[in-house]
Design a protein around this ligand. Sequence first.
Ligand SMILES: [Zn+2]
Length: 703
Amino acid sequence: MSSLTLDHAAAIPFAVPQSRWDEAHAATLGAEGLLLYRSNLLGSDLTVTNFGGGNTSAKLTGIDPVSGSPVDVLWVKGSGGDIGSMALDGFATLYLDKLLGLEAHYRGPDDDDAMVGYLPHCTFNLNGRAASIDTPLHALLPFAHVDHVHPDAIIALAASSGGQAATREIWGGRIGWLPWKRPGYTLGVMLRDYVAANPGIEGVMLAGHGIICWAESAQACYEHTVALIADAARYLNAKMAGRPAFGGQVVAPNPDRAAIVADLMPRLRGLMTGARRKLGHWSDDAEALEFTGSAHFERLAALGTSCPDHFLRTKIAPLTLDPARLTDDTYLAAQITAYRAIYAAYYDRCKRDDSPAMRDANPVVVLVPGVGRITFAADKTTARLAGEFYGNAINVMRGAEAIGDYIALDEREAFDIEYWLLEEAKLQRMPAPRPQVGRIVLVTGGAGGIGAATAARFLRDGACVVLVDRDAAALEAVRAGFARQFGKDVVRAALCDVTDEEQVKAACDIAAREFGGLDVLVANAGIASSAPIEDTTLALWRTNYDVLAQGYFLTARAAWPLLRAMKDQGGSAVVFIGSKNGVAAAAGASAYASAKAAANHLARCLALEGAPHGIRVNVVNPDAVIRGSRIWDGDWRKQRSRAHGIDPGAELEEHYRNRSLLKRDVLPEDIAEACYFLGSDASAKSTGNMINVDAGNVQAFTR
Ligand SMILES: [Zn+2]
């Protein structure tokens, strides 16, 4: 989220990359190390290439493990991964002579899939890294070092009707131009023949796709690639200078867009039925606001993306919404339904006899003028990356339109890439996602013992979590720990006092805006007090009711619209952390125990009210969870010890253990397990229930 002011006098310029080559560092590296260094430098610079995009190679001398003789080996970035973060094991290694010998099996352009099957037979030194579909591009070129990248400024040329002329204008004859061809062996042959027919060229633009270029050393190749991107960026910036992009702004950024998105995303997510639950990602970065608010927005959005890298992440075209009708559920449902019908028609038009079955037809990218770009995917990282790729696509369209007409990927070509049989085989081999992937869980008191243990339990199985707590330092410590353990994408924190109506609403808005909605609310934030009735002040009484009764009420009420939105996707769940004392009377703790009883009964009322909306409401009753608890750190420990006539130190744990029927300690993880059960589909048929997790206490037996 940003609060930028846009300068609408001018289009957003392309970044101009510079060489970051460190000669002193490079001098310490061997041939393989230099290839890796060059790859990491290119891939970690987002002005050079998008996430995961592009590949690099070097033809090096290796020692054949059988003969002991030197052989030519192609090192080329393997399948999967990202050149910016890859290690040496990310490269496939192949015998170059075997790769070149494959041409004997090549029968023509329809043979690309079969040629992929031969690549593993060329593996050098039993390297397990699979060779990618781009391997022939590198193998067939007679150059020692080859880079292939998809930077925005380059694709802008490659995807414009004016691109070929611009290529000539920028580089003279130094850089060639090949028409669009899907990556594969045929493109490798076309490229090899083109280079043979045009001796002396230093690289080739691949229409609708990117660029491939080469040099005789790692450093020269890196600097060549960076210089070509910089040339393209400077050229486009000069063409765009002094005028707005996309025909100028017609819808200004809405100052209330954060609130609009918090309301909109859960409703959209609820409508995206037919697949697993989705995670959302919103961005109102400068590109998204410039594009969605522009005069040419609808025309360009309908064309779809160009570079295969973009399109595979974003689907062929985005869904666009009318900002004046966002609160109209009928409109939203109709828009999603229409998108799915358009996608199904595209599938039917393009499918072949052996095409895999149609996949999820819901939109990935949703664009709203003045509000920005919302993306939905099976998990948070994929949703975020889809948004970033659409940002790249916007940059491409801006540059392409500055020198001609933007040209999107042809529908049939797009389909053949999306439903490529070998890609389908890879998808089929992927392990099933963890059970909570796609779920969003909000935990109040998330920085405390039970709250953090519950959050961790859901995170471990793939959920995204919003931690809510009023203790800023503890909250940040727990958030940072989870971000390290489970990844930054899946955890957010909201500083919030659950007795404050506005803060509670703001915390639920974070779940909506950062992840797209809510599937499970765990109301856990609590306090405890102990005092005989005559010593119970009105203030003490009110504090207990404010946090335990009112806090649970406020949290459930604020979460309700988000939870209700999931009705058509199997529903949602609320879990209240109650207490043994909500069921069993406690002498000397009437304020606490009666407030807990109020929360328990609130849960039953909400179970009744939530059922028609698919919202289940259940209670976990812990007893004496001392470890990790902030409640037990302070006066409560002393008060309960005094009430039981024991030492507040280690004796307290022993007292509670011995009091239980099972003679066992109750730990935060035990409560978390019950919350997990009640929050997950394992308890899909349970509502209005209580689970005691107290190591057995006859007074708390429900009846
Ligand atoms: Zn490519």
